[in-house]
Design a protein around this ligand. Sequence first.
Ligand code: FAD
Length: 289
Amino acid sequence: MTFLINKLNGVDGLRMIESSEAKIMEPELQCVKALLSPVSGIVDTHSLMQSLVGEAESHRTTFSFNTTVIGAHLERNNLCLHVSDTKRLENLNGRFLLHPDLVLIPELVVNCTGLSAPALAKRFDGLHSGVIPPAYYARGCYFTLSSTRNPPFSHLIYPIPEDGGLGVHVTVDLDGQVKFGPDVEWIKGIDDISSFLNRFEYSVCPDRAKRFYPEIRKYYPNLTDGSLEPGYAGIRPKLAGPQQSPVDFVIQGEDAHGIPGLINLFGIESPGLTSCLAIAEHIAARFSR
Ligand SMILES: Cc1cc2nc3c(=O)[nH]c(=O)nc-3n(C[C@H](O)[C@H](O)[C@H](O)COP(=O)(O)OP(=O)(O)OC[C@H]3O[C@@H](n4cnc5c(N)ncnc54)[C@H](O)[C@@H]3O)c2cc1C
């Protein structure tokens, strides 16, 4: 069944292997069986983004950094965007309304603001609140190995997934460095203004390593005590909470909310980066005029 679904999704070459074969490829790996995906790869995310920026600029795109969309209103069925210098938002709290520095009336607005996409959509006057999904947030921390001289693995290794995430897995970067993560830490009590202004905690508490050792040792029993160091953390923009079934990306156009020229992207968590070109092509094909 798994193989049929993968074939339908265009994933080639996936095959089940015995632990003996897995051990030849990865001597440190402990497993009963494994699924080998020979076509999986990694990308340098910063280079990917820089190359997309370069390509867009060479097609006459202008990027406006340090600029925040703070809301919008509808005028004759056009969404008018309220734009402000990001610096002015530093001390903003929920009680004050900001006056925009600029109002733009674009033909097409793609709300692809990641973690703050639902909170920003709530600031679009004229957008029915019933179309904005509830937002949940889950932090994911990474730990690296203190000694990087002999990385134990050369492949990406994924254990069985856990609720809310893929499980603490092995990622290898382009320099061959290994990191473990991300785990899943549900964040409660985030109000709209905190989400809108991305006031999340991104530091990694060294104590979290205690949870990582037993998870990693399920497939890497030789992990030595004291070898993990805090790496970095990211926050997942989720549309389903703890113990709920996962929700796919939501890409909303006029058919969903009735506003011409507005596309909302909600819940673009992993594998949002891998899917970025496919999402862009989908939007271009579905909504180009
Ligand atoms: C721990 C972790 C591990 C991950 N691992 C993977 C992985 O292995 N593979 C994978 O494919 N994906 C992975 N992802 C998911 C991937 O990072 C996201 O899916 C992807 O970054 C989403 O891109 P985005 O452009 O939709 O949102 P973002 O990357 O969040 O970008 C949103 C942008 O909008 C800007 N913005 C926000 N609000 C406003 C506003 N009001 N006005 C103007 N600009 C605004 C922000 O500054 C930001 O630049 C991971 C995510 C996490 C948290």
